[in-house]
Design a protein around this ligand. Structure first.
Ligand SMILES: C[S@@+](CC[C@H](N)C(=O)[O-])C[C@H]1O[C@@H](n2cnc3c(N)ncnc32)[C@H](O)[C@@H]1O
Length: 262
């Protein structure tokens, strides 16, 4: 049996963690990631990188908890209500005007709150338009939750109450998303930093995903997104994620946090 790599330093650790997880932490900011890793090691009683890597390889429950801790999958339906208003009043009308059918993608979709919010927006306000939605994430556990489609009260802090009644059914476990919404979304496992992207998207939401990425990784990712958009397509970023100095990618701001491919 192959032995896990000896990880004396942070660099050794990320090399040892990569083959098992597919997550190459060299694309993530070292200070923040190292701090997160060390805090997890401390709270779980693992004193050194080599011992911790060994424990991760031996204990799937510990591994899952650590992966979840690293990827930070907090989300919400209609997170940042102002931007969802702009989306529905300005951005989608712009897109449906020029296309009979829209191809939308929530990249880093966590447990599905974002792609389902897109589906609800389309069903509620643009029912005459055809659309398909892709939701992707690196974390298989959140994708499973997305496919189950059951949510807790705090997922709905920014959701208009009438949507809860119309698009969810209360159950013992929480609020179950209705089949009519579920069937509009396809979920796929994907690492944004290394996997190939589909093309011809009209709209890509990538929000609150790149916070820990290095500047080089962000630039590479925004270039890949631009290549995946059709001309006129829109990239929607998180509410702290301004794309300064990325004119060379051919993205023009159309509103705060919305960028259009030229
Ligand atoms: C904070 S959540 C954001 C969810 C949603 N976009 C939102 O804004 O509410 C970040 C998600 O990005 C995912 N993620 C992090 N790195 C990734 C990568 N390299 N490829 C794909 N997904 C990634 C995490 O697993 C997590 O579910």
């Amino acid at each position: 049996m192959s032995q896990p790599a000896i990880a004396n330093t942070y660099e050794d650790f990320i090399k040892g963690f990569h083959p098992k997880s597919g997550l190459d932490l060299k694309f993530y900011k070292q200070n923040q990631m190292q701090r997160r890793i060390l805090s997890f090691m401390n709270s779980h009683g693992h004193p050194t990188y080599p011992e911790f890597l060994k424990a991760l390889n031996a204990d799937p429950v510990l591994y899952d908890a650590f992966f979840k801790h690293l990827t930070i999958n907090v989300s919400q339906f209609f997170r940042d209500a102002t931007q969802w208003k702009t989306l529905r009043e300005t951005i989608i009308p712009l897109l449906v005007k020029s296309r009979p059918s829209l191809k939308l993608w929530s990249a880093g979709c966590s447990s599905g709150q974002e792609p389902y919010s897109l589906a609800i927006t389309m069903m509620e306000y643009f029912s005459a338009s055809k659309f398909s939605i892709l939701g992707t994430d690196i974390d298989v556990n959140v994708l499973k939750q997305a496919k189950d489609g059951v949510y807790k009260q705090n997922d709905f802090a920014s959701t208009p109450p009438e949507f809860l009644q119309k698009y969810f059914t209360p159950s013992d476990k929480g609020q179950q998303i209705k089949e009519s919404v579920k069937r509009q979304v396809t979920f796929q496992h994907q690492n944004l930093l290394t996997d190939r992207f589909q093309t011809d998207f009209d709209f890509i939401a990538c929000r609150n995903v790149v916070i820990y990425f290095t500047e080089e990784a962000k630039e590479m990712l925004y270039k890949k997104f631009t290549d995946s958009l059709r001309p006129g397509g829109i990239l929607f970023t998180g509410s702290t994620e301004h794309l300064f100095g990325l004119n060379h990618l051919g993205l023009k701001p159309v509103s705060s946090f919305f960028y259009q491919k030229q």
